[in-house]
Design a protein around this ligand. Structure first.
Ligand SMILES: Nc1ncnc2c1ncn2[C@@H]1O[C@H](COP(=O)(O)OP(=O)(O)OP(=O)(O)O)[C@@H](O)[C@H]1O
Ligand SMILES: O=c1ccn([C@@H]2O[C@H](COP(=O)(O)OP(=O)(O)O)[C@@H](O)[C@H]2O)c(=O)[nH]1
Length: 226
């Protein structure tokens, strides 16, 4: 049976998590689970989960840990038997501890990108809400302006990508993420990447993943494989 690989990607808004995750999922066949996409989809579909999280997401506040873990852990259970990559979860130490109690995390990728780059990217970020595909008018523009390449559906911008909201989100990210990053560092699974361009960072992530995915211990040695 194929060896399973479990990873998470962290970084401030606009650091390229979604862009890099898309490449990792395509190149290495990992299932991609983004907490932000999942919550936004749930809100759009008016599900019970969506109604619970809406007040937080609308205000750009973190959803409480117990709600988040209750929503995300069953999603991971559905990925039983697959390698996966998480984006946006875990966001806090409590979430990381809940995840750690069930799964061995093989790798955490942390992205360090200068503020000016984040701000410039996000002011020009366009999203296809149904799939989460991201575009940027300079970096990876859609083939037809304002339309998703695959479905032709309209692209949208998030209100909280505007510079004023971004500054607050970044400050908040730093406070909350630091202890999570420290936790994964102490577990020896953290890999940090700095730079202003995903295309320059990507070859390093690609080669690291190629090496690590070959070096996986047998499943018998993993802490748990639910
Ligand atoms: N792990 C989490 N814990 C708590 N709340 C979360 C979590 N993941 C997502 N959320 C909620 O969903 C919202 C959107 O999540 P998302 O990951 O898209 O955040 P974001 O800051 O917009 O990210 P980015 O711009 O990097 O894609 C957050 O503002 C928050 O309300
Ligand atoms: O080197 C890069 C990487 C990403 N982007 C764009 O920057 C925005 C933020 O990227 P992403 O959504 O992947 O970041 P996240 O918020 O998920 O970390 C998107 O419009 C990307 O198309 C960019 O212009 N240059």
């Amino acid at each position: 049976m194929a060896k399973l690989f479990r990873a998470a990607i962290m970084g401030p808004p606009g650091s390229g998590k979604g862009t890099i995750s898309q490449r990792i999922a395509e190149s290495f066949g990992l299932k991609y689970l983004s907490s932000g996409h999942y919550l936004r989809d749930s809100i759009a579909a008016n599900t019970e989960a969506g109604m619970i999280v809406r007040p937080y997401v609308d205000r750009g506040m973190l959803v409480p840990d117990h709600v988040m873990t209750r929503l995300m852990l069953p999603r991971l259970e559905q990925l039983n038997g697959h390698s996966w990559l998480l984006d946006g979860f875990p966001r806090t130490v409590a979430q990381a501890q809940a995840l750690n109690s069930l799964y061995h995390i093989d790798m955490v990728i942390s992205l360090n990108i200068p503020y000016a780059t984040l701000s410039e990217r996000l002011s020009d970020r366009w999203i296809h809400p149904a799939s989460g595909r991201v575009y940027n008018m300079g970096f990876n523009p859609p083939q037809v302006q304002g339309k998703d390449d695959i479905t032709g559906e309209p692209l949208i911008q998030h209100d909280d990508d505007k510079p004023e909201a971004l500054m607050a989100r970044l400050r908040h990210y730093k406070d909350v993420a630091k202890p999570v990053i420290d936790l994964y560092k102490s577990q020896g699974v953290l890999h940090s990447f700095s730079g202003t361009d995903t295309d320059k960072i990507w070859p390093y992530i690609n080669s690291l993943l190629s090496t690590k995915m070959q070096m996986q211990p047998s499943e018998a040695h993993q802490t748990q494989t639910p």
